[in-house]
Design a protein around this ligand. Sequence first.
Ligand code: 13P
Ligand code: SF4
Length: 304
Amino acid sequence: MKDNTFTEDITDYIENLKKERNAVILAHNYQRGEVQDIADFTGDSLELARWAVDVDADILVVCGVDFMAESAAILNPDKIILHPEKEAKCPMAMMVSPSKLEKMKEDYPNASVVSYVNTSAEVKALSDICCTSANSAKVVNSLEGDEVIFVPDKNLAHWTSRHTTKKIIPWDGYCPTHHFLTLKDVINTKNEHPDAELLVHPECRPEVCEIADVVTSTSGMLRYVKKSEKKEFIIGTEIGLIHKMMLENPNKRFYPASEYLICPSMKIPLESVAKSLEEIEPIVEVEEDVRKKAMKALERMLSV
Ligand code: 13P
Ligand code: SF4
């Protein structure tokens, strides 16, 4: 009872601050349920980037990891971008540094650079184009050359290589949350729920993707379960996604592929959202020269 009252009070407080500040809240599909519930928009990385461009507001509060807030800042230089938890960083994005990428570009001078949106602004600025898990094959196939350096996720690179004839040169990065979902975990969960369909994110290992019924982005999974005739699903991605799945499909059952599918960086508390709107900080800033270059790579992706 105490918890419910607290959530109602803080929710009202945030709603009032949003009006006062002409602010909107964007939350990634992995975010805590109560944060998704107060958001004006929830979606996958691509949808958040697109929505941020179109929305009419002075302040965008991005409830996701650092690269999502940075992408919003890159695409919206005239809006204030707040990232309530400055330290909510994507560990995979940190696996690629600008200097090492520059070296790789020298090693493969004819290759285009495709960077997953899970990268820093500096890495995007060194890239020809960005991609997300929803459009990686489309992006790669839109390029002219035959060689592509793909950063930072080796698993998404592998998944993409199955949908193109181009040579993909992968970076050796991975998402700790998805990469440590093993084939054994998934087989065990399948044995417990033999009638369930298996949906996995392309950040999972190749052998996990191999046995899945569907491999797609977080929003791709949401769309799929809505229209599927099936009643049970094993979800091979961060467990936060199940919140929206259950809301949208009250008559269907969802099982996490493993109880360890949690991305700690994605769990922003309501208190931090309230504090951020109250104090109008932390503001995300990207150095102008980097921003312009990174914007080119993001805009090129959005036009594909
Ligand atoms: P989506 O683009 O599918 O939402 O994935 C983002 C992400 O961080 C996956 O781990
Ligand atoms: Fe990064 Fe993985 Fe968390 Fe997605 S789930 S934000 S890729 S660490």
